[in-house]
Design a protein around this ligand. Structure first.
Ligand SMILES: [Zn+2]
Length: 345
């Protein structure tokens, strides 16, 4: 366990395009908190876009990282149910447990919602303190790198759970980033008959096929809307999940869904997008947002433990924390096309 005299290393987001490795004061577990030694932390697209300042979703002065797991190193005052040495994965949504949304079973929509890795310091560090209730047991069968994928898997499961779908339906996933690819797994579990993935990257589309996509669309070569319509006899897809968060794909999602179909927006990048509202109205399209997860987080752990899903094809680069600044920079510039980068502090 670090003492106040031994600083720990962390990636400090100091300003757009600046997130150097720094020595920071060792975190101490406050009341109700556990100190975690981070073993693996996934780099999320929201961190990369926050790093550039384009989304406004990250504030300077915060240590990012909300996809991580590790071992409990120390317990703060009043912590029960945890033990030093325990393997845990961190559920990053901090909710108050008392507001109307929390009481209604929607802590992901808590009126006082905060996040580990954006509101408070996260896992791009050797050590971090988190509320004890945010640390869930990570079974021995789930490796550290897989443990770093629990959070995005839970996001994908939640999006699939919120999307009305009948067994055998045709679903389209727009965007083959980590959450998009994990959404393919989730839609398979959910009973989709046919999963079509659209992206601009041939590399990511190859990965989509490995993850269980039946068909792929290279959005740089053909029009995704026309292609989906042609492949569904002109009708459109039963469900479309947008996992990018920009106008182009938001528009596509509305235009390629069938009359009366369901669109779920998971992507969260551009603060505002422009969509053809008349298509939504006159074709009775339902558009909904999906944010984070609720019971999907422990279920993601269990799906990994029982090997019902395999997330390892996504992990294309594993690197020490010290490589983080260069890797995040390259991901932001687009010179690195690794689907999931996992840092090992
Ligand atoms: Zn609440």
């Amino acid at each position: 366990m670090p003492t106040r005299r031994s600083p720990v290393r962390a990636l400090m987001f100091e300003a757009p395009w600046q997130m150097p490795l720094r020595e920071v004061e060792a975190p101490q577990p406050g009341p109700g908190e556990v100190l975690i030694r981070v073993r693996a932390a996934g780099v999320c697209g929201s961190d990369v876009h926050g790093f550039t300042g384009s989304t406004g979703r990250r504030r300077p002065g915060v240590i990012m990282g909300h996809e991580f797991c590790g071992t409990v190193e120390a317990l703060g005052e009043g912590v029960s149910g945890h033990a030093v040495g325990e393997r845990v994965v961190v559920q990053p949504i901090i909710s108050d447990g008392t507001c109307p949304e929390c009481r209604a079973g929607r802590p992901n929509l808590c009126l006082n919602r905060r996040g580990i890795g954006w509101s408070v310091n996260g896992g791009y560090a050797e050590f971090v303190s988190v509320p004890g209730q945010n640390a869930l047991p990570l079974p021995d069968e789930v490796g550290w790198q897989e443990g770093a994928l629990v959070e995005p898997l839970a996001v994908a499961l939640h999006a699939a759970n919120l999307t009305p779908l009948s067994v055998g339906d045709t679903a389209v996933v727009l965007g083959a980033g980590p959450v998009g690819l994990l959404t393919v797994l989730a839609l398979r579990l959910r009973g989709a008959g046919r999963v079509i993935v659209s992206d601009l990257s041939g590399h990511r589309l190859d990965l989509a096929r490995r993850m269980g996509a039946d068909e792929v669309i290279h959005a740089g070569e053909v029009d995704p809307v026309e292609t989906v319509r042609a492949r569904t006899g002109g009708r459109g897809a039963d469900a479309v999940l947008e996992v990018v968060g920009i106008t182009a794909t938001a528009r596509q999602s509305v235009l390629m869904v069938r009359n009366g179909g369901n669109v779920t927006w998971v992507g969260n990048s551009a603060p505002a997008v422009e969509v053809p509202m008349q298509e939504v109205v006159t074709r009775e399209v339902t558009v909904r947002g999906a944010y984070a997860f609720v019971e999907e987080f422990p279920r993601a752990v269990e799906l990994l433990r029982s090997e019902r899903v395999d997330v390892t094809p996504l992990i294309e680069l594993v690197a020490p924390l010290a490589d983080g600044p260069v890797l995040v920079h390259d991901l932001a510039r687009g010179t690195l096309d690794a689907v999931k980068v996992v840092l090992e502090p």
